[in-house]
Design a protein around this ligand. Sequence first.
Ligand SMILES: Cc1cc2nc3c(=O)[nH]c(=O)nc-3n(C[C@H](O)[C@H](O)[C@H](O)COP(=O)(O)OP(=O)(O)OC[C@H]3O[C@@H](n4cnc5c(N)ncnc54)[C@H](O)[C@@H]3O)c2cc1C
Length: 404
Amino acid sequence: MPINLELPKKFRFLSTRANQVATEVLRPNSRKYDRAEHAYPKELDMLAALIDGMNDGSSELGGAGATGVRRTENGDGANRNGSNMSTVLGVIEMCWGDVGLTLSMPRQGLGNSAIASLADDEQLERFAGKWGAMAITEPEAGSDSAAIRTTAELDGHEYVLNGEKIFVTAGERADLVVVWASLDRSQGRAAIKSFVVERSNPGLILERLDHKLGIKASDTATFRLENCRVGRENLLGSPEIDTKKSFAGAMQTFDNTRPLVAGMAVGVARACIERTRELLAEAGIEVDYDLPPHGQNAAAAELLDLEADYEAAHLLTLQAAWMADNAKPNSLQASYAKAKAGRSCVDIALRCVALCGTAGYGEDELLEKWARDAKILDIFEGTQQIQLLVIARQLLGKTSAELR
Ligand SMILES: Cc1cc2nc3c(=O)[nH]c(=O)nc-3n(C[C@H](O)[C@H](O)[C@H](O)COP(=O)(O)OP(=O)(O)OC[C@H]3O[C@@H](n4cnc5c(N)ncnc54)[C@H](O)[C@@H]3O)c2cc1C
């Protein structure tokens, strides 16, 4: 089947709409919330309602936000562009506007993605319309998520959770936090499960919000779980500890969310390249696509180089999302996309700052902010090094015990 690189026709409206929102709402508020760290971006409430409308689950067009990553069987075997693709396309445009504000969009958290990926139909309905944050990371467990120490002990009809969670994006503002905890630490990673905890649960204690390099519009929380009781029905996926499957259930979320984070990076990278192209044009430097790089101004040649990197990241991201929509195993491609887009985004942003000289570094432009925002996209949902590790394991056929 030949590859068609055009935007699927049915998603053009969504993509144009998301770009409009990014231009008219996100960009004008970018600097304001970069300066007012931890202030709630109230301008987003109205937008979120609009996205809820787009996410009306009845349609494949749904998924302008994180809830759109549910996988459905593709029974007829036909090529499908579904909600994973539309979500990625929406996220690219929104993050072209502002990645910190996109991460602050009500009801579009990574917890929503986890719920969309793992919940059964009853849970999906019960948690519909709520904003979900995701709490995996702990002081002693970042990249090595199998090392988490938070425990979940069954007591009658409830699980009792105890532990500490750090770096929880949207942790303060969300309605729910999806918490990874172990049912039995002696059984290793297979015992790690996801639990949906209401933010109002008295056992989920907000300790502090963190100050950061970038994405300042997004709140990042630290929690303590102290005898935090949640109903059995809030466990996502199977409660059985299946050592053969390892923690494939929980990890499955990453196959859907890594392409999303790659999409965020693609959006930021495009924003940097476009603004740099404009600023260079104002300085009289234009790229000539009919000439080889060595026949052009050095700045134009560098821009060509950045564009090539951007295209590679963009296409890998679309590939990973397309595979998710078509029910194809995509762990490898999700990591390719996240690794390439994360690294390219940081590199592109910093090189654009350099290319634009004082304009690139000053606060009159958003380039310096984008360079700060970019770094997180190469860290969360698995760092650059971890993506390369996942890729190497898959290509070499090694287990996580054999290659770490
Ligand atoms: C702003 C922000 C928001 C976040 N949001 C969330 C969130 O919503 N939910 C959540 O659960 N987490 C979140 N995180 C946490 C993020 O996912 C972790 O920071 C990330 O997984 C890395 O973990 P760590 O910081 O503990 O670093 P470590 O795991 O300690 O790693 C430190 C360095 O060592 C490298 N490294 C580690 N292991 C290996 C290895 N085996 N081989 C080679 N190199 C290795 C890493 O790549 C990294 O460069 C967020 C983090 C930040 C900063």
